[in-house]
Design a protein around this ligand. Structure first.
Ligand SMILES: CC(C)(COP(=O)(O)OP(=O)(O)OC[C@H]1O[C@@H](n2cnc3c(N)ncnc32)[C@H](O)[C@@H]1OP(=O)(O)O)[C@@H](O)C(=O)NCCC(=O)NCCS
Length: 214
């Protein structure tokens, strides 16, 4: 999809496309540079791949997953990813995706506190609450580098992902938001996600019927 215009600034001219395995390094880079509650986490991690391996890559590989990137003249500037059925995704993640990573990053490894926490996540990913899975089975993540933030790309990416999740049968979606990330929370709320007191403060949820428009 081409979006932008000859009269727009360079920053506003970019394309959205499906992510591929060739984008792995870019996904890791974006994930790291937005990985501290929306801010750059580079200084916290000695291993620049750990966040992307858990939070971004699986969506390029998992069945039914959707992974879109926005790309401008400088390369990939951000992504939105999601799955229509988080329960199925977590089973795939735990059975297929994580075992090789657990061998590569054994328990107790990680040379900074943030890397050590990421290793713990590989070994003990918290399962999503069954009540959330029942009512809001899909979930998404969106992360954009500062150069593409604030130009509508986050909305475009997320609306495109949501439309694809609806096509795959999703009736509701949830996102997890770090409590320190006020801007991220405001973004999701602007896109129609709301808190649900019974489901935990870090989650925002949205029904997906009637279908979202593309
Ligand atoms: C949060 C993020 C995905 C938003 O993407 P973006 O491209 O900057 O946002 P957009 O320009 O598409 O904004 C979409 C809408 O959200 C609104 N919005 C964005 N940030 C907002 C804020 N801080 N307060 C209120 N509204 C906000 C915009 O005004 C816009 O509204 P409109 O479309 O109705 O005019 C992006 O800034 C980002 O990746 N930040 C760093 C990583 C991060 O925090 N990810 C989210 C983790 S939960």
């Amino acid at each position: 999809m081409w979006v932008g215009g000859a009269l727009g600034s360079v920053r506003s001219v970019a394309t959205i496309r499906t992510a591929t395995v060739e984008d792995t390094a870019s996904l890791h880079d974006v994930c790291l540079r937005t990985g501290a509650a929306g801010e750059d986490a580079t200084a916290l991690h000695e291993d620049p791949h750990m966040l992307g391996l858990f939070w971004a890559d699986p969506f390029v590989h998992a069945p039914e997953a959707v992974a879109l990137v926005v790309e401008d003249a400088e390369g990939v500037g951000g992504y939105a990813v999601g799955v229509p059925d988080t329960g199925a995704f977590e089973r795939w993640r735990d059975e297929v995706w994580l075992p090789p990573l657990r061998r590569r990053y054994p328990r107790g490894s990680g040379r900074t506190p943030a890397d050590a926490a990421a290793v713990r996540l590989l070994h003990e990913p918290p399962p999503t609450d069954p009540a959330v899975l029942r009512r809001y089975p899909a979930h998404l993540h969106a992360d954009l580098l500062p150069r593409v933030q604030g130009h509508g790309w986050g909305r475009r990416l997320v609306e495109d992902v949501l439309a694809r999740l609806v096509s795959a049968g999703a009736t509701g979606a949830h996102v997890g938001v770090d409590p320190r990330n006020a801007r991220g929370r405001a973004f999701w709320q602007r896109l129609g996600f709301t808190p649900d007191a019974g489901l935990g403060e870090h989650l925002l949820v949205r029904g997906l019927r009637p279908p979202v428009t593309r």
